[in-house]
Design a protein around this ligand. Structure first.
Ligand SMILES: [Zn+2]
Length: 93
């Protein structure tokens, strides 16, 4: 599997995790009223899930595939932004 492919899977997985987190907070608010605890749990869960994002780095120069300049985007780069390596063509990971 190419780096781009596994990074893309992670992005999709994060989208699912985000949906679950929103649903979780919505359900708690519906049944127990406003809860900052539920909100906190959802945020912590998302941050923990997203830590894996930092492991998707360009195999040649080490640049994270989710970073475009100083911005973090929820979708991985197809081509490395620094060394222009084609990330759809790597078999790392
Ligand atoms: Zn690179």
């Amino acid at each position: 599997m190419s780096l781009y492919e596994s990074a893309r899977r992670h992005a999709l997985w994060m989208l699912g995790a985000l949906a679950v987190a929103i649903l979780f907070v919505a359900v708690v608010e519906r049944f127990f009223g406003h809860s900052s605890l539920a909100f906190g749990i959802a945020i912590i869960g998302l941050v923990a899930a997203n830590r894996q994002m930092l492991s998707f780095n360009c195999p040649r120069c080490g640049k994270n595939v989710f970073f475009r300049g100083i911005f973090v985007v929820p979708w991985p780069n197809r081509v490395c932004g620094r060394c222009m390596l084609d990330l759809t063509d790597t078999s790392e990971k």
